[in-house]
Design a protein around this ligand. Structure first.
Ligand code: NBG
Length: 953
């Protein structure tokens, strides 16, 4: 090699975006290597290794790159520049060449082809390999069947699955088909699924990334050598709290499972400047909210993609030009800019992507106003553009009708669809094949505007006929519902939509030559009318428009009719979905459109990361490497064989004890309270909501307190000491939920200070609940509470996390509790309360034949009277909360309180037999295999998306 700096030129194509020409000079001190050299000298080999190393360090998948798409190049250069002193890059772009035409041999010619771009040819017309060693690239290409067994397996697979035939009836024509299909697999780009979620509650990344890459120990050693403790460094990271609760955390678990199983799934969301608010507790015990400036410091986990931007339009006007197509113009145009967050799979080189959009002003500011000295006006439009992604809305029914929230939804779906469409177009396939390459999962109704938006794009921009466009839509989208609570179903006022999205909101009934995306309303209703002639009530129920002043668009109805399949998130919930809010749709479309995917959790974060000692103990007991059962969670069942072994019982108890001490340490350092770690730890952590019934829990604690107070000293000796933990945020506008927090905090203040009882009962409300706090609380719990009114909690996914960590479950027969009990056996859970079918009738009785609470439930009445009398601070403050129970009692506390107290007694009794308890704990963990999000994501991949793993060697 000569000692001139070599210049590497080429097109950089990160992801599969429009290519950018780049020239770079690479050198290491005196030694210099050419990135596109073709000799196999040591220098070049070393370079290649460095490149591959760097790619791997950045966990970018070499194998899934087409040679024409140097996805890794930019991060690679960034990596070399910023992290590696020994490997110095003298320059990345030669500034003197910017803007000048480049010599022909350096310019890449990009022509559309199947994979996006065709190779360049040399003077003789021979194809030039664009970069690097052709063999290395080709070996690395995904899915190239090299060995005979692989090939035969693939052909037989096609005989069986594509042709549905067998060896007995396969003729030559069939064999040809199967062989051709097998060969085609090596040529075709794979289908991708897109998970559209307005929330991704990722938590921290560093620990998770180290575990997934298998590098935690090495980094721990490394940082120690540098004088830092890795655990302390992990604490430096702020949670990415871009979600409210279960729905957002589920999305994060699904990304982990997709990446870990090498499934091509991308997430699309919003990059909120401020995530879910920070919760503080004021002097009077109330929740106070502060902004969560999580981006205050640089976020190392995201790659800003200034090269990936789209225009999104709001307001303005729309004109039809030829009866079909419309041109939408004027109004406000903002820019959506992508930020990519890499999602490393566990024990695989595969990395998926989460693309988050940020809104930016399209033009800096209004220069005319600026020049005229009107500075406020000059920045007005840029401020309003930036506001779109400024804040995550706390989950709250009052968000419906908020213009900014609707703007967020449209901004996000429009940008994501543009991106998906552009990627599809690189394949050069006819648009009718869109659903063969793209599946889009709608995580709740929030992204439903993607349906009319894709219609608009197809009809107005892609010249697709209306019927054909609708056919594409209904083969592309899939919809997951996360709640059947009527008040939580999204509805948007028609006038607001009309104002914001001109092109989508022409709700006039259809007449020839004036079709709009929302004419789906009338076309759909015509079909319903045909099937159920004269059934006007049915038509009114199924319409996308709810009549009233103003009219509202029912997003769940739109999501349902625009999707190929609709699912609930646990067995009971999916059944309820079909029986209640989707009943008419089941009768219209047929049952096969509706199905269930019980939620899941990633065992990487929710076992190995949050409870490394338990994960280690399981590994030793099963004599399996962690990676084996963390990827195949049903292997935990192997623990059952060992459940009676005293050594395991002892070690299991020791792990729980150390986790309890870790939590106690957290409480001591953050709140200044010492905790008795020998006591039973009882945990309820979730968003504050009446249906989740934190109120039932706090009433139960007060009941226990009063009971202990009434005991003799002798009786108190028999009491099972207990520490109760609460954590969770209430939506700022949810008055009753906030009042519940205030009551919990004030009751805690009294009982924690009561010398008579404090050793037997104490209680803590841990402020600012987050993923990271859950990671401390969950492994420490002996028992956790999931006590919603039957039929209201769709799944309640944290129940799975507790059980995986050997915490037992106290709950109602609701959501995924039911399936957990099916798995672990009813003798290992504590169930109480009325069942779902009884709820409607009970509510009817409460409404029309109310019985005073003193008569109905004296135990609860006593507790309520104590609160009202001011035992825990000004009783008057809590009247509105107490009245929700005294009057009407929609969430049925008076119906379930007695059986709840009985269940708590059973828990106490069971806990006194510590060995028996630990055995229940081991059995519970052992049966959690079903609840891995790997299983759930496979359900989606097979039932909906029709995608397969891109197995990497
Ligand atoms: C929540 C349900 C939970 C469920 C999660 C995830 C919403 C709208 N729904 O029961 O209340 O576990 O979704 O599916 O956040």
């Amino acid at each position: 090699m000569d000692d001139r700096p070599d210049i590497a030129t080429g097109s950089i194509n990160v992801g599969d975006e429009a290519p950018v020409e780049v020239r770079c000079i690479l050198s290491t001190g005196a030694e210099t290597h050419s990135a596109d050299g073709d000799d196999s000298s040591q220098g070049f080999g070393a370079l290649l290794n460095r490149l591959v190393d760097r790619v791997q360090q950045l966990y970018l998948p070499l194998e899934c790159i087409y040679p024409w798409s140097l996805r890794w190049f930019v991060p690679l250069i960034r990596g070399l520049l910023t992290h590696d002193d020994a490997w110095k890059m003298t320059s990345i772009i030669d500034p003197t060449t910017i803007g000048k035409p480049q010599p022909a041999h350096q310019r890449r010619r990009h022509v559309r082809s199947l994979t996006g771009y065709t190779p360049e040819t040399d003077e003789k017309g021979q194809e030039k390999w664009p970069r690097g060693d052709e063999k290395v690239w080709k070996d690395g290409l995904r899915g190239v069947d090299k060995d005979v067994p692989e090939i035969t397996k693939s052909v037989v697979h096609h005989v069986q699955t594509s042709l549905a035939r067998q060896a007995y009836n396969l003729d030559e024509a069939g064999a040809y088909q199967a062989t051709a299909l097998s060969v085609r697999d090596n040529l075709l780009p794979t289908k991708r699924a897109y998970y559209l979620s307005l929330e991704f509650l990722m938590g921290r990344t560093l620990d998770n990334a180290l575990l997934n890459l298998g590098l935690k120990n090495k980094y721990s050693d490394g940082t120690t050598k540098l004088g830092f403790n890795l655990e302390d460094l992990l604490e430096q990271e702020r949670d990415a709290a871009l979600g409210n609760g279960g729905l957002g955390r589920l999305a994060a678990c699904y990304l982990d499972s997709s990446a870990s199983q090498e499934l091509p799934v991308w997430g699309y969301g919003l990059r909120y400047q401020y995530g879910i608010f920070q919760q503080l507790i004021g002097p009077d015990g109330s929740q106070l909210e502060a902004p969560d400036p999580w981006l205050q410091h640089d976020n190392p986990w995201e790659l800003p993609r200034a090269d990936v931007t789209y225009d999104v339009r709001f307001y303005g006007h729309s004109e039809r030009i030829d009866g079909m197509k419309a041109v939408w113009s004027g109004g406000q145009e903002v820019l959506a800019m992508a930020y990519d967050v890499m999602i490393p799979g566990y024990a695989t080189k595969n990395t998926n992507n989460l693309r988050l959009w940020e809104s930016k002003p399209k033009r800096g500011f209004d220069l005319n106003s600026f020049n005229a000295g009107d500075y406020e006006r000059a920045v007005e439009s840029s401020n309003s553009a930036a506001a779109i992604t400024s804040v995550l809305y706390p989950n709250d029914h009052t968000t419906f009708g908020k213009e900014l929230r609707l703007k967020q939804q449209y901004f996000w779906t429009a940008a994501s669809l543009n991106d998906i469409l552009r990627r599809f177009k690189n394949l050069d396939k006819p648009i009718s094949e869109f659903p063969e390459y793209v599946s889009i999962q709608l995580n709740d109704t929030h992204p439903t505007l993607a349906i009319p938006e894709l219609m608009r794009i197809l009809v107005d921009e892609e010249d697709v006929k209306w019927d054909a466009a609708w056919d594409i839509i209904t083969r592309t989208f899939f919809f997951t519902n996360h709640t059947v609570l009527p008040e939580a179903l999204e509805k948007w006022p028609v006038p607001l939509m009309q104002h914001l999205m001109r092109e989508h909101s022409d709700f006039k009934s259809m007449h020839a030559g004036n079709l709009t995306a929302f004419d789906v309303v009338s076309i759909f209703l015509q079909a319903v009318e045909k099937k159920f002639p004269g059934d006007r009530e049915r038509l009114a129920r199924m319409s996308l428009i709810e009549e009233g002043f103003p009219q509202n668009v029912r997003m769940a109805n739109l999501a349902c009719i625009g999707s190929r399949k609709v699912n609930g998130v646990a067995e009971l919930h999916s059944e309820l979905l079909k029986a209640t809010i989707m009943k008419d749709f089941v009768e219209f479309f047929g049952i096969s459109k509706f199905f269930n995917v019980t939620n899941g959790i990633t065992p990487r974060r929710w076992l190995d990361q949050c409870n490394p000692r338990l994960s280690q103990l399981i590994s030793e007991t099963l004599q399996l490497p962690k990676a084996t059962f963390l990827k195949e969670l049903s292997l935990l069942e192997g623990l059952l064989k060992h459940v009676d072994e005293p050594a395991l019982i002892k070690k299991w108890a020791a792990v729980k004890q150390s986790n309890k001490e870790r939590l106690a340490h957290y409480v001591e350092t953050t709140m200044g309270h010492k905790i008795n770690t020998q006591a039973m730890f009882d945990v309820q952590i979730k968003r504050l909501h009446e249906y989740k019934r934190q109120t039932l829990n706090i009433m139960g604690v007060i009941h226990r307190y009063l009971a202990i107070k009434a005991m003799t000293a002798e009786e108190r000796k028999k009491v099972n000491p207990k520490v109760v933990f609460f954590a969770g945020k209430a939506a700022p506008g949810y008055y009753i939920a906030k009042l519940t927090i205030r009551l919990i905090v004030n009751v805690a203040r009294i009982i924690n200070e009561d010398p008579e009882t404090k050793d037997l009962l104490s209680m803590f409300f841990l402020p600012d609940y987050s993923v990271s706090l859950a990671e401390i609380l969950i492994p420490a719990s002996d028992i956790s509470q999931h006590i919603s009114t039957a039929g209201t909690e769709a799944s309640g996914t944290s129940n799975m996390k507790f059980c995986l960590n050997g915490g037992l479950l106290l709950g109602t027969v609701d959501g995924a509790n039911i399936e957990i009990a099916e798995e672990v056996g009813e003798q290992n859970v504590f169930f109480f309360g009325h069942l779902t079918p009884a709820v409607e009738d009970l509510r009817y009785q409460h409404m029309y034949h109310p019985v005073p609470i003193e008569q109905k439930c004296p135990g609860l009445a006593k507790v309520i009277n104590e609160v009202a009398s001011g035992r825990f601070g000004d009783g008057g403050v809590y009247e509105p909360l107490l009245n929700t129970i005294r009057q009407n009692d929609y969430y049925l506390l008076t119906e379930d309180f007695d059986s709840y107290i009985q269940a708590l007694e059973l828990v106490d009794k069971a806990y006194q037999d510590r060995t028996g308890w630990i055995k229940k704990s081991i059995r519970t963990t052992a049966k959690m295999g079903k609840f891995s999000s790997d299983r759930a994501i496979q359900d989606y991949a097979q039932e909906c998306w029709n995608i397969e793993s891109n197995k990497l060697p």
